[in-house]
Design a protein. Structure first.
Length: 255
């Protein structure tokens, strides 16, 4: 199940992103970003953090892990180890011509390296969630996949604008997505030998979700509210994400 879930959260999201029509891309990305923000926040706060805190691990140590995790993700993004991209040229965002070509850099290598590291980490987080509870594993996979699709859309378009053919962009993105499977398998074997680490990995997962939602997705939604009433749609979709997690948490929680 860990392999299946990491394939869904990694490689499958690449195919989903590549299959989308450019004519509906801009609107769909905004909708997915709103939905995934709600899913990530609700999954981390309503499910992942409670599971970690109910494990019996030291609460102060878990709280410090959460704080350090958020700060670490800030540093990783500043160092461009982690990258998030939800735009493309022609989407109405205020980018100058050739912006995506500049963002991709030489051959788009940095995007692919950053995505691979990010996907590997996602795989470890998915493995940790499954080792605590199968339902938590699938809920975590859902939250990650919802975020990965708009991110992969942005990266796919950036690579196309950097000169990659559709076939090459798809191939390299799929290979990057498979890093999630490697992370999932590696995470399973490491955590199986060190079960005491599970609550701390879960808290790091929550830190990742919270950071991505508040530092990346929500500001993106603020910047790109071009129409006066668009915030209502964004808010509604965010609440749909929260409602999905709340419903699943209420119905499936085992404690």
């Amino acid at each position: 199940m860990i392999v299946a879930a990491t394939l869904l959260g990694g490689a499958a999201s690449v195919f989903a992103a590549a299959a989308l029509s450019l004519t509906v891309l801009a609107g769909l990305v905004r909708q997915l970003v709103s939905l995934s923000a709600g899913l990530l926040l609700a999954t981390s706060i309503l499910h992942v953090i409670p599971e970690a805190f109910e494990s019996g691990a030291d609460l102060h140590a878990l709280a410090w892990t959460l704080l350090i995790g958020v700060i670490a993700f800030f540093l990783l993004e500043k160092l461009e180890v982690l990258r998030h991209s939800h735009h493309h040229e022609g989407d109405g965002h205020a980018h100058h011509d050739g912006h995506d070509r500049e963002e991709a850099g030489p051959g788009g290598a940095m995007i692919l390296v950053g995505d691979s590291i990010h996907n590997f980490a996602d795989g470890v987080l998915i493995a940790a969630a499954f080792m605590v509870d199968l339902k938590l594993g699938w809920l975590t996979t859902l939250a990650i996949a919802a975020h990965e699709i708009p991110q992969e859309i942005g990266d796919f378009i950036v690579l196309l604008n950097a000169g990659y053919t559709r076939k090459r962009a798809l191939l390299f993105n799929v290979l990057s997505g498979l890093a999630a499977v490697i992370g999932g398998v590696a995470g399973y074997f490491v955590l199986a030998e060190s079960a005491a680490l599970l609550p701390y990995v879960l808290v790091l997962a929550a830190a990742s979700f919270i950071y991505v939602a508040l530092a990346d997705l929500v500001p993106d939604l603020h910047r790109h509210s071009r129409h006066r009433g668009e915030w209502k749609v964004q808010f509604a979709l965010m609440m749909v994400g929260v409602a999905i997690v709340a419903l699943l948490t209420t119905q499936l929680h085992v404690h």
